[in-house]
Design a protein around this ligand. Structure first.
Ligand code: PAF
Length: 274
């Protein structure tokens, strides 16, 4: 696997590499990321991954400083997964001058995760655009666990006519259902044992909707109460339209249930399509 940090070196190395498929990450790779790398192989000739912990998408009170950085272990996993090239810029490579131009997503950036993480999707959209411009891939993969992120990137790419195919990768889960995430590493043993409750509740909502319940607000509140009773602090449990994440309306197309809740200081997100 080749590794490049400088943008010019990366671009030179990517000349005549056939169809390039890109998987951007913030490192601390787990089986969910590796599954994206493996899927990427089916979509092109050259698989490029990136590792960059993007300061722009963290609010000042968030975990940018403590975000796990495990570069050598990540390189080993990428090489073992057959990734052809790694782009691992430093902050000075990617942001050599203060970033003053941003990609500003529309109102979708202010709902759900955006309501609780102001500026997050602007930071994501900006860095993804910049990474796209560095790698210039033909396709890019993003995990469906970050459902809203995937939607922001899909819509941005379509509306700005970015010539990159966006592919969503299924969420990879531990045996007990917990969605894999770099932030799971923050959980204590007791919290880790409790964490699968979130996915169980999402499943319960899905089953209830499938059996015909349309009292969505009540279903959301029941799940929030169950989480609160078990010691969680919930930002949202929301039943939404898959198409645009607007509030669910009975008979209006496929739905998705999304949730974000905190166990101790660890914020977990998950979702399930109905
Ligand atoms: O999903 C992530 O890891 C990040 O948000 C991404 C897409 C790599 C942008 O920094």
């Amino acid at each position: 696997m080749q590794t490049h940090s400088a943008i010019a070196d990366l671009r030179a190395a990517l000349k005549q590499r056939g169809r390039v498929v890109f998987v951007p990450t913030m490192g601390n790779l787990h089986a969910g990321h590796i599954s994206l790398m493996e899927q990427a192989r089916n979509h092109g000739d050259t698989v490029v991954a990136s590792i960059f912990v993007n300061r722009l998408q963290f609010a000042p009170n968030e975990d940018f400083d403590k975000y796990p950085r495990t570069f050598q272990a990540d390189c080993d996993k990428l090489a073992a997964a057959g990734v052809d090239m790694l782009f691992a810029p430093t902050e000075a490579d990617l942001y050599p001058e203060p970033q003053e131009y941003f990609i500003e997503p529309p109102s979708i950036q202010n709902v759900l995760d955006g309501e609780f993480r102001p500026g997050h999707f602007r930071g994501v959209a900006t860095v993804v655009t910049k990474l796209f411009n560095c790698v210039q891939p033909d396709a890019a993969l993003f995990g469906k666990k970050d459902y809203q992120q995937l939607m922001v990137i899909r819509n941005m790419t379509r509306q700005l006519a970015v010539p990159i195919e966006i592919i969503g990768g299924e969420t990879v889960r531990a045996n007990d259902g917990l969605a894999l995430s770099s932030r799971n590493g923050y959980l204590s043993e007791t919290e880790r044992a409790e964490a699968p409750r979130l996915y169980r509740l999402l499943n319960q909502i899905r089953d209830a909707v499938r059996t015909g319940r349309t009292d969505y607000a009540l279903l959301e509140n029941e799940a929030i109460s169950a989480l609160t009773a078990a010691g969680w602090k919930t930002d949202y449990v929301a039943i939404r339209q898959q198409s645009d994440l607007s509030p669910a309306k009975a008979g209006n197309g496929p739905l998705v249930v999304l949730a974000a809740s905190r166990l101790g200081t660890t914020r977990l997100i998950d979702n399930i399509e109905i």
